[in-house]
Design a protein around this ligand. Structure first.
Ligand SMILES: [Zn+2]
Ligand SMILES: [Zn+2]
Length: 357
């Protein structure tokens, strides 16, 4: 018996105090985002309806709108979100009123990679807010497999950071920082500042951050960077060499430009690790000398999304291992989504968040 048979056909789920249409920020192609009215479809088996409380905006949203990602319009944006369960559907362990965070990356469960436990490499991976409708909206329908219950008292603003923290944790796992290491981080935006704190928590003794904006350099210093360099005026490679004599043990590229990707390769010591975390637009290339990678025995590693790290991200934030209170967070109503995206793109806020309710 299906869910719908049991309840006598399809149901339309009304939100408290609203009709069955909701407002949502839809990417429509040609660099255009519009706030539209969209009616809610019925819940399927294993789905819940969420009233979205907070949705973060990141570089991925900017890439989507600029047309340089895999996302194809029309799609409702928003992959960093949390909210309150408005309808729990049948057979789920969630109840109306539960506060939950959403892991946006949905793996198929049956492909070669899923069956090897490499869910983030799933050949049919779909992400809420990228491939299918996400949470930059008053409401969102989410498969129950993607939900994590939030601890009591978990601050709403912090819930916009769970997804980026979960991705950063995967990056830190792959970077294999050892106690006492020197870590160089290129980029002092949200991801760079999260990496800085996670690197410290992982035992890094010395952390060097390179970031062009003075405000973010100051924030990096406040959050524990030993050295915050300005790539516009400082010779980053020389400064890393002077500080370490040999180069950094681990270099984490968190910008996603060919220039910083190339710089990252030059900052690592012999036998060091260079991680590409920042998202370079597809098709961009950099010159690389294979002999230098060979002779210096570099490990070059990519880090993609957040396999099995969402729950750990909640724990890290709850324990205060990562502080986001000092980040410059700018909050926008849903109707101002274009301004929120511009603010993120131009670096006027460390983090733009949308509060749809
Ligand atoms: Zn993101
Ligand atoms: Zn799969």
């Amino acid at each position: 018996m299906s869910f719908f048979d049991e309840f006598g056909g399809e149901r339309n789920f009304n939100l408290v105090g609203k009709d069955d249409a909701m407002k949502a920020a839809q990417y429509q192609g040609s660099q255009r985002v519009r706030v539209i009215e969209k009616s809610l479809r019925s819940l399927g088996d294993g789905e819940i309806l969420l009233n979205v409380d907070v949705c973060g905006i990141c570089g991925t949203d900017v890439h989507i709108v600029e047309g340089t990602s895999r996302s194809s319009p029309p799609v409702i944006l928003g992959h960093e979100y949390a909210g309150v369960v408005a309808d729990a559907g049948h057979g789920t362990s969630f109840a109306v009123g539960d506060r939950v965070g959403v892991d946006p990356n949905i793996a198929c469960g049956v492909c070669f990679y899923c069956r090897r436990g490499l869910v983030h490499l799933c050949t049919a991976l779909k992400a809420l807010g990228v491939d299918i409708d996400g949470g930059m909206a008053e409401s969102s329908i989410v498969p129950v497999s993607q939900l994590y219950r939030l601890p009591a008292g978990f601050p709403p603003e912090q819930s916009a950071f769970i997804e980026p923290v979960s991705c950063a944790i995967h990056g830190i796992d792959l970077a294999r920082i050892r106690t006492g290491d020197t870590v160089a981080i290129l980029g002092g935006g949200t991801i760079g500042l999260l990496m800085l704190q996670l690197a410290r928590a992982s035992g890094a003794a010395r952390i060097i951050v390179s970031e062009p904006l003075p405000r973010k350099r100051l924030l990096a210093r406040t959050l524990g960077a030993d050295l915050a360099l300005d790539p516009g005026t400082d010779d980053v490679a020389a400064a890393v060499r002077d500080t370490t004599e040999v180069g950094a043990d681990v270099v984490i590229e968190c910008v996603g430009t060919p220039r910083t990707a190339e710089l990252a390769l030059g900052l690592a010591r012999r036998g060091g690790t260079v991680e590409f975390f920042g998202v370079c637009p597809m098709g961009m290339t950099i010159p690389m000398e294979p002999n230098a990678v060979y002779a210096r025995e570099l490990t070059i590693v990519g880090s993609y999304v957040n396999p099995h790290t969402y729950g750990r991200a909640i724990s890290v934030l709850e324990a205060g291992l990562v502080q986001v209170d000092s980040f410059q967070i700018k909050s926008f109503p849903l109707d101002s989504v274009e301004e929120a995206l511009a603010c993120q793109r131009e670096g006027r806020a460390t983090k733009s968040i949308v509060r749809p309710q």
